[in-house]
Design a protein around this ligand. Structure first.
Ligand code: ZN
Length: 177
């Protein structure tokens, strides 16, 4: 885990800010669709429903960002190349592992991380941007992400951490062939 400066993301203009925000929302949307699919396979309709709902929230956010951008041409950002404050960036390996042995708790943990990251991103804008209109806009997004964090945290109270460590495979593959 790398400890990045909380406001280490160098955002120099509106187009870049919107591009980051869009990348966050699209990533969240994609991740929630994947998590919903996982939970469906686990026959957990409650969490499947939650993730579908969050997926549609994030998609709606993405559309709002596109609307806000209007004619502004947004730079293409690869989310995996970005540095995120305080959290690991989502790596393909993490998702592979998730597919392998995911429980409801793990799915919620992934959701929580994504939501906290989104919250911190918009909070960072609120704290660092002088433009009043932009600040208000970021505040709105931040508050919605705070609601998402709360939704996930509330559900986590009902889905306790499973015993044992996720990374401990009780039946590791036989490497001796
Ligand atoms: Zn969210």
């Amino acid at each position: 885990m790398t400890a990045e400066n909380k406001h280490g993301m160098a955002i120099s203009n509106l187009a870049e800010l919107l591009a980051y925000a869009l990348a966050i929302e699209l990533d969240a949307h994609e991740r929630y669709m994947m998590l919903a699919d996982q939970m469906e396979q686990h026959n957990n309709s409650e969490l499947c429903g939650l993730f579908l709902k969050l997926a549609s929230h994030e998609e709606h956010h993405a559309q709002e960002i596109r609307d806000r951008a209007g004619d502004i041409e947004l730079p293409h950002l690869k989310l995996s190349k970005l540095k995120w404050p305080g959290t690991d960036s989502p790596e393909a390996a993490e998702l592979d592992e998730a597919h392998y042995m995911m429980t409801s708790w793990h799915a919620l943990q992934m959701a929580l991380k994504a939501e906290q990251r989104a919250f911190e991103f918009f909070e960072g804008i609120v704290a660092n941007v002088d433009d009043e209109e932009l600040k208000r806009w970021a505040e709105e997004f931040r508050d919605e992400e705070a609601e998402h964090v709360e939704m996930v945290e509330q559900l986590l109270e009902r889905y306790p951490k499973p015993s044992g460590s996720w990374s401990e495979d009780p039946d590791p593959p036989n490497l001796q062939g």
